[in-house]
Design a protein around this ligand. Structure first.
Ligand code: ATP
Length: 202
């Protein structure tokens, strides 16, 4: 799986539709202060399912929508599209039917955000799993933001372990285990209730 293109519309400072071709070998983005380098990286994390507004440097998720400038009114929605080359068929099974995968996330004021993969509506969880299984989730250490290197050096062992797990592509398994544990505990509670009801009937 290789990211080939990122398209932004109304996302933070990228009010007009903007396309970034992610050519092979691209390892960094440079530019003057405030030109939108961090916004690009955030768009990439966001389309992969990042759900913490703080990771987007905002108070709420709607803060990713272009908020207006002296010469332009605010936008009502933001959309980011990530195109992935899958000709080598490395995507997880559920997505592995196409040569190209297009993931779209769109947020509309007061209406929340929706995801689409290859034109079909998708759950946030499925999109997060697609990237987690491919060792490149929204928390991926492959995306290095400003200040992250010093954070890494000062990180506690547990936080460092999480980074290694993400790189090894097993963070999706942890998420699935967590969901299975929740289901199990729900079922155990139901069983206890059934036992109580049976006791009352006796
Ligand atoms: P630096 O090198 O200083 O860290 P940068 O190139 O990483 O800068 P960003 O932080 O990506 O720049 O972009 C900052 C710009 O994005 C600021 O001008 C800010 O006003 C603008 N911006 C952020 N959020 C929004 C928003 N919701 N609507 C409009 N503009 C926004």
């Amino acid at each position: 799986m290789e990211f080939t293109k990122l398209r932004l519309t109304g996302f933070k400072s990228f009010v007009d539709p903007t396309e970034l071709n992610i050519a092979r070998g691209l390892t960094g983005v440079v530019g003057p202060n405030g030109c939108g380098k961090s916004n690009l990286l955030e768009a990439l994390r966001w389309v992969m399912g990042e759900n913490r507004p703080t990771a987007m440097r905002g108070a709420g998720m709607e803060d990713v929508i272009f908020a207006g400038a002296s010469s332009r009114p605010a936008r009502n929605y933001a959309e980011v599209t990530l195109t992935i080359d899958n000709t080598e068929r490395r995507a997880p099974a559920a997505f592995n039917t196409a040569d190209q995968i297009e993931v779209i996330r769109r947020i509309t004021r007061d209406a929340g955000s929706v995801f689409k993969t290859n034109g079909r509506e998708a759950r946030a969880r499925d999109v997060q799993m697609l990237f987690a299984d491919a060792s490149t989730g929204s928390h991926s250490p492959a995306l290095v933001r400003q200040g992250q290197i010093s954070e890494l050096i000062n990180a506690r062992p547990k936080a460092r372990r999480r980074i290694l797990e993400e790189a090894a592509g097993i963070s999706g398994l942890y998420q699935r285990r967590h969901e299975a544990e929740l289901k199990l505990s729900g079922t155990e509670q139901n069983l206890t209730r059934v036992a109580d009801v049976l006791d009352q009937l006796d």
